[in-house]
Design a protein around this ligand. Structure first.
Ligand SMILES: [Zn+2]
Length: 146
């Protein structure tokens, strides 16, 4: 996927007729697509262009890739673990709380920041993934209760 310049993938991008899209010389001027920006995984210049592309091609793209979902996707009880975070500020005191939760088993178990996050030393530590949350639930013996 490495190309030098990535252009906005909306074929209607130049139809926005913005002054920054004007190119060419007197008598031979035209509008051209913008360079792609951070939208749609770096394929579009704006959210508007991404939406326009979605309207034109999304259905065909899903069918062409053979990834259309025709039945609801399900996550079963064993895989329903997640890390929840709660921040409370009471009488000037703030408190971070982390929980290992499985709403399908009705479990909400308090855990430490070390247990809840991948790298607790970071300023805004990322929570563990669902797979890691499931592992933690097994380690803590929470997977046997109903
Ligand atoms: Zn565009």
């Amino acid at each position: 996927m490495a190309r030098d310049t990535k252009w906005c993938q909306n074929p209607k991008c130049p139809e926005k007729k913005l002054s920054n899209q004007i190119r060419g010389v007197k008598g031979k001027k035209y509008y051209q697509s913008n360079k792609a920006n951070g939208y749609g995984c770096g394929n579009f210049c704006t959210l508007g262009c991404q939406t326009e592309w979605d309207n034109l091609f999304m259905d065909r793209a899903i069918d062409a890739l053979g990834v259309r979902i025709t039945e609801p996707v399900k996550v079963n009880m064993e895989n329903a673990w997640l890390i929840e975070y709660d921040y409370t500020c009471n009488a000037g005191e703030s408190r971070d709380r982390y929980y290992l939760t499985n709403k399908l088993y009705n479990v909400k178990h308090p855990i430490t920041i070390q247990q809840a996050t991948i790298n607790p030393a970071e300023d805004y530590p990322s929570h563990k993934t669902s797979a890691q949350a499931k592992e933690l639930a097994q380690q803590l013996g929470l997977t046997h209760q109903q």
